[in-house]
Design a binder for this molecule. Sequence first.
Ligand SMILES: Nc1nc2c(ncn2[C@@H]2O[C@H](COP(=O)(O)OP(=O)(O)OP(=O)(O)O)[C@@H](O)[C@H]2O)c(=O)[nH]1
Ligand SMILES: [Mg+2]
Length: 206
Amino acid sequence: MYSLLSGLYDYLTQKPSYKILICGLDNSGKTTLLEQVKKMHGQKYMDFKKITSTIGLNICKLEKSNGEFTLWDVGGQVVLRKLWEKYFNEAHGLIFVIDGADEMRLPEVKETLHHVFTTQPSHDLESVNTTTAFDQLPVLFLLNKQDSKAFKGVDFVTERTNLGHLLTSAQRRNSESMVMAVSAIDTQGIEGALAWIMAAVSESSK
Ligand SMILES: Nc1nc2c(ncn2[C@@H]2O[C@H](COP(=O)(O)OP(=O)(O)OP(=O)(O)O)[C@@H](O)[C@H]2O)c(=O)[nH]1
Ligand SMILES: [Mg+2]
């Protein structure tokens, strides 16, 4: 009887769990951001100076009143980008990190965004449905390195990467998108960014 009641209690009090994928070009600051989030939440984190380019997957779990959120940080090197697809189907939301201080790589950001948001996942090529894996997910575009003197600003980056067009595209009108500036190093904007993606993810899963 006790185990039945405790099972029922667990079921009723169970929080929904959500997965949020963090992707973007190599060197944009995804892992630094993830480790900073851990630090801000009193979790064990890696010394930022010791972070090297990601090959596998880094994870951070956050318990919030509206659910349990798992952040997945994947590698952004060219050869690893095709692996992002593996996580698309399971993700409830996406954070796409852009180095806002690296003007030289903005054309590559533009090309990658175009690929991610307008190309079908390879296993879906036969499908007649022309939406991409991300069209239905809330997406937060984070312009990182706001602390840097070379930071270009939201308007400049949005224009150079064609982000504005992407945000208003027909496919994305059904799901939430946002652009925010942050600094993974000095924490500027991170709290607001997390609050936005968590609220968007839990709302869109209702
Ligand atoms: N100034 C500044 N530098 C940053 C910031 N965030 C990350 N960096 C630096 O950017 C470099 C790359 O950071 P990573 O976190 O390894 O980048 P990543 O996106 O995880 O790279 P991959 O794992 O290769 O995809 C490091 O030298 C970081 O210290 C930031 O907010 N401001
Ligand atoms: Mg990394």
